[in-house]
Design a protein around this ligand. Structure first.
Ligand code: ZN
Length: 294
């Protein structure tokens, strides 16, 4: 998982690929079981709960999107590339148990919903790329996004944007918000994921020092804060939407997605048990979500 931007999609192949010895495996299984029980309680006990981000400022510069330029753009259909992306995204589909994850085909409905969210939250300078690869435009936005101080933009921001350039999400997926370019990149057709990335945009635009806030994300365990803030904002937004289906989907996708971050954090603290802890955290997310909204 790329730590320089704000991903929702969970696959952590380097972790899933680790194979501990049989003895360690047995130990890990016990760890995983314990972690699963504890995390289900933890996730069900108010860590994730509807809590809107309270708006104090909007630091995004005006005219980050030029007059006449669309806020939301869509990549052209490329059947072979998109089929590759769909197959590459199978582990993410399984982990989040949703076939629309990494579908590389985003419906009009999801587009309208994220548009509404951004307009309602006064985030009209945020760019949304729906399954689109436009690195040159992203580099241009990096130079123009003065909300992030230039020392952050031309170091961490350049690395994040270089990552998007050389490892295109169009192929490898990974819905995320890049705070240095103020751009949402979506490859999944799941409104809750789109909202989650929108909530990251809202959170960053609300910070006095968004560059520092972005850099803090690089420190292990700290992303739990960013991810919780964004997810809780979405849970509040869908609760207020009075749309039970949307509410249910948000819990069912965002709880296990949060579980991936809990798993990564736990794996950093206990590297020998990282794979079972990761999987246990995701399962705990699924259990907690279904317990809350069956
Ligand atoms: Zn996120």
């Amino acid at each position: 998982m790329n730590q320089t931007s704000y991903h929702l999609n969970p696959t952590s192949p380097e972790r899933l690929g680790q194979s501990p010895s049989v003895k360690a495996k047995l130990r890990c299984d016990r760890w995983a079981l314990l972690a699963c029980v504890l995390l289900t309680q933890f996730l069900g006990c108010g860590v994730l709960r509807p809590a809107p981000i309270v708006r104090q400022r909007n630091n995004l510069p005006p005219n980050l999107i030029a007059d006449g330029e669309p806020m939301i753009e869509r990549g052209q259909k490329r059947p072979i590339i998109d089929a590759f992306g769909w197959v590459w995204g199978i582990p993410s589909k399984i982990l989040l148990w949703n076939r629309h994850v990494e579908s590389h085909s985003i419906s009009q409905n999801t587009e309208l919903l994220i548009q509404d969210y951004l307009i309602e939250n006064d985030l009209t300078e945020v760019k949304v790329r729906l399954n689109q690869y436009r690195p040159l435009d992203d580099w241009r936005r990096l130079t123009r996004n003065k909300s992030v101080a230039w020392p952050w933009r031309y170091t961490f921001g350049a690395v994040a944007t270089l990552g998007e350039t050389v490892i295109p999400g169009r192929l490898f997926g990974g819905d995320h918000y890049n705070p240095y370019t103020a751009t949402i990149h979506l490859y999944s057709d799941v409104p809750a994921i789109a909202y989650h990335e929108g909530a990251h945009a809202k959170d960053f635009s609300n910070r006095e020092y968004p560059g520092t806030y972005a850099a803090l994300y690089m420190i292990p365990v700290v992303p739990l804060w960013h991810e919780r803030t964004a997810t809780n904002d979405v849970l509040a937004y869908v609760r207020d939407s009075n749309n039970p289906a949307l509410q249910r989907e948000a819990a069912h996708v965002l709880y296990p997605a949060y579980g991936t971050y809990v798993g990564n954090a736990a794996g950093t603290l206990l590297p020998t048990a990282s794979t079972p802890l990761y999987l246990a955290s995701v399962i705990a997310g699924h259990v907690a979500a279904r317990r809350e909204i069956p």
